[in-house]
Structures are given as structure tokens and as C-alpha cells.
Write a new protein. Structure first.
Length: 404
């Protein structure tokens, strides 16, 4: 059966969108008809390799049969009940997350921003019991669009004209150990960071920075909040990105890939911190939706049983191919950075037409932080898809090099 609007061409659908929806997104000029595994097809039938994965959401690609089966089965049982009821899909997913992470408690939300907002509340609750009120985060970090998140970010475009923001919040330079030591006082209750920054340009924390953070936590006593919304759920080759370092954060926030395409987030922590939120103090209507949790259980099972190994091996292959391009085009590429299936090509200068040029070659890609090509393949991608991406990338770089 044809879906409503499916017979319309891309141009007609774009006109309808322009007349009905807030114009806050820079959309790609693609009206999607359907998607399958690593590919998106527009309503005219053109195929695009998807190396953005819904911004790291579609961990198992599009239309994964186990997700479709789990969603259909759960939809036939019930879709939404509210959190007044015990629900097996929630419990099953929480148990899988506990096993995969080693944390003792899970709180389900709808998104990464909501998870991060809950972590801010947790840190402030913990701080209230210890006479601490201040929180710190870092330049380049992205934690969502809510006021708690924005208060711990340095993104003028997202904040201009929207203040005042929450008090006792500081944003200091990322990977700057001197600034970190100067900022941490006995008043700090929480320090939040992405151990591998996504929107900030695929920038990893340095080992020295992480070790300094650990030492300061031991000295001053505060909670470390790991924002794993983009880097988590196997994307770096470990279940969470912070596992690339010798550290155990006190609170972890996750989302994106967790739901396999459905809105789902989570906060993970241990009993001591979790117990601060007593009955009625925090909640969500949709968080832990049964259908989303059924999909999430498939994602965690697939990631922990096979895909993390796939990402570890093929992530190295992807990196090798990217390093080849860096050596071939040193005048265009400054460096390659990242882990697993979360890689960044830092360009020497901005390339505003890169996404358009890749689309012409049938590849969905992304530029972040002005001049970083952000690569987020589905975790099911293989060598064939990586090679397809590299061919298109080389073609674009060759074109740009000749035009320079």
C-alpha cells in the first residue's frame, strides 16, 4: 500500500514542508521514500549510502529484521501504559544495560537532552547533601537544547537571546589541564563531558586531561558525568566511549543508538546516587516506552554479542582508508581523529559545499564544527560500504583540489 504523500515527488513534499513546519533545520534536499540497511531511497527511487545514521541513531541500520519483529510484537501487546505499571520490556532492557555497563541502576528517558537534564538534577541533589552547588563542562561539548544543557555549553547560536541561564554553571576549555585545575574548587558538585566530542569536531579527551580529572575528583569530591549520547552503545568499539580510558564516571547519559531509531534515552549510575531520587521527585510520561524498550533490547543484544567486535575491526579499516586520503590530499586534510565508527576528517579550511557534492555521488555525509567531516556509519556497515564512501570522498577531494 502506498503511504500518504508517497506518490508525490520530492519538490512537492519540500514545498509542503516549507509551508507547514518551523524552519529551524538545514534539511538535505531529499524526500525519503524508504530506507534499508545502510541505504536511504528518495521518493523517486534514488539510492544514497547513509554514513550519518540519523546522527548516530540507527545503530543497526534501517529496517533491521529483529527490531521490526520486536516492535511489531510489542505493538500488538501494548504500546504505552505510563510508568504506573511494571513492564517487562523496561525491565529486560535495564538488565541488559546493567550487564553491559556494570552500573547498578537505570532511569529511562526520551532523549539525550532529557537524560542529561536528569543528570544535572542528580548532581545538584548530591551536591546539596555535601554543601556543593557548582557544575562545570567544556568548550565544544554538546549536551542538548534544554536549559540545563545550554547552561553547560558554549554554543552562541543555540543560546543568543534565550538567557538568563542556570546559575553556578561554568564552561572551561576542553583538554586544558591548567584551566581544569583552576576551575575545580570545593564548591563543585559535578563535571560533565563527552570523552569523544561529537558535534564539537570528533575531538577525544587527552589521557593527561582524564587523569587530571580523576585526580581532582579524588582530591575535591565531585561527580563525573559522562555524556555518551553519541559515542555510546558500541560506536567507538567499546560499549561506552569513556571505556577507551582508565576511568569510571559516576553518572552516564545515553540515547541516540540505544533505541535503534525510536526515541529512547537512559541515565546509568550506582545505587548511592540513584537513591537520591525518591518516589515522585523525577519522572517522565513517555520515558521507557514499551515499544522503544523492545527495540532497545535488540540493539543492546546485537551490539554486545557481535557488533562491537565488528566496529573494532572495521573501525581500524575505516581509519586506514581515511589516513590514505589524508596522505593523498595533505593540502586539504589536517588530521584524522576519532574511534571505531565515529571518525572525523579535520579539514584545513571550511568546505561548505562538501555535503552537496557527496549527495551528487549518492552518499549522505555531514560537516560539523565548521570544517570537520563527521563519519557515523551504521554499526552493521562492512568493507563494501566503507569502500563506497571512500570512492565518493576521493572523488570530491580530487574535484576540490583541482579547483583550488
Amino acid at each position: 500500500m502506498t503511504n500518504p504523500g508517497q506518490s508525490e515527488n520530492s519538490a512537492a513534499l519540500i514545498v509542503r514542508e516549507n509551508e507547514a513546519i518551523f524552519q529551524t533545520y538545514r534539511r538535505l534536499p531529499i524526500a525519503v521514500g524508504h530506507a534499508d540497511r545502510c541505504y536511504i531511497y528518495d521518493v523517486e527511487g534514488r539510492r544514497y549510502l547513509d554514513f550519518l545514521s540519523g546522527i548516530a541513531v540507527n545503530a543497526l541500520g534501517h529496517g533491521h529484521p529483529r527490531i521490526i519483529s520486536a516492535v511489531n510484537m510489542q505493538t500488538n501487546r501494548f504500546m504505552h501504559l505510563s510508568n504506573f505499571f511494571y513492564q517487562e520490556p523496561q525491565i529486560r532492557l535495564a538488565e541488559l544495560l546493567k550487564k553491559a555497563s556494570g552500573y547498578e541502576r537505570v532511569f529511562f528517558s526520551n532523549s539525550g537532552a532529557e537524560s542529561f537534564e536528569g543528570s544535572v538534577k542528580l548532581a545538584r541533589l548530591w551536591g546539596a547533601a555535601h554543601g556543593k552547588t557548582d557544575m562545570l563542562a567544556f568548550t565544544g561539548g554538546f549536551h542538548g537544547r534544554t536549559y540545563g544543557s545550554l547552561s553547560l555549553m558554549d554554543k552562541p547560536l543555540y543560546k543568543n537571546g534565550m538567557g538568563p541561564f542556570l546559575p553556578n554553571m561554568g564552561v572551561i576549555p576542553f583538554n586544558d589541564t591548567v584551566a581544569l585545575r583552576a576551575a575545580v574548587t570545593e564548591r563543585v558538585c559535578g563535571v560533565a563531558l563527552e570523552f569523544l566530542q561529537g558535534e564539537g569536531g570528533i575531538i577525544p579527551a587527552s589521557t593527561e586531561f582524564v587523569e587530571t580529572l580523576k585526580a581532582l575528583r579524588k582530591e575535591h569530591g565531585f561527580l563525573i558525568i559522562a555524556d555518551e549520547v553519541q559515542a555510546g552503545i558500541g560506536r567507538t568499539g567499546t560499549f561506552f566511549g569513556f571505556e577507551q580510558f582508565d576511568i569510571r564516571p559516576d553518572i552516564v547519559t545515553t540515547a541516540k543508538g540505544l533505541g535503534g531509531g525510536l526515541p529512547l534515552g537512559a541515565i546509568l549510575t550506582d545505587d548511592t546516587v540513584a537513591s537520591l531520587l525518591q518516589r515522585g521527585m523525577h519522572g517522565t510520561t513517555y520515558g521507557g516506552n514499551a515499544v522503544a524498550c523492545a527495540a532497545g533490547a535488540v540493539v543492546v543484544d546485537e551490539v554486545t554479542n557481535s557488533l562491537m567486535e565488528n566496529v573494532g575491526k572495521l573501525g581500524l579499516y575505516l581509519r586506514e582508508r581515511l589516513l590514505e586520503k589524508a596522505a593523498e590530499f595533505p593540502q586539504l586534510i589536517k588530521e584524522i581523529r576519532g574511534q571505531g565508527f565515529m571518525q572525523g576528517i579535520a579539514l584545513n579550511s571550511e568546505m561548505p559545499d562538501f555535503v552537496e557534492l557527496m549527495l551528487k555521488r549518492g552518499v549522505v555525509s555531514n560537516i560539523t564544527a565548521g570544517s570537520v567531516i563527521r563519519i557515523l556509519p551504521p554499526l552493521i556497515a562492512g568493507k563494501e560500504e566503507i569502500d563506497e564512501f571512500i570512492v565518493a570522498l576521493r572523488d570530491v577531494l580530487t574535484e576540490k583540489d583541482k579547483a583550488a
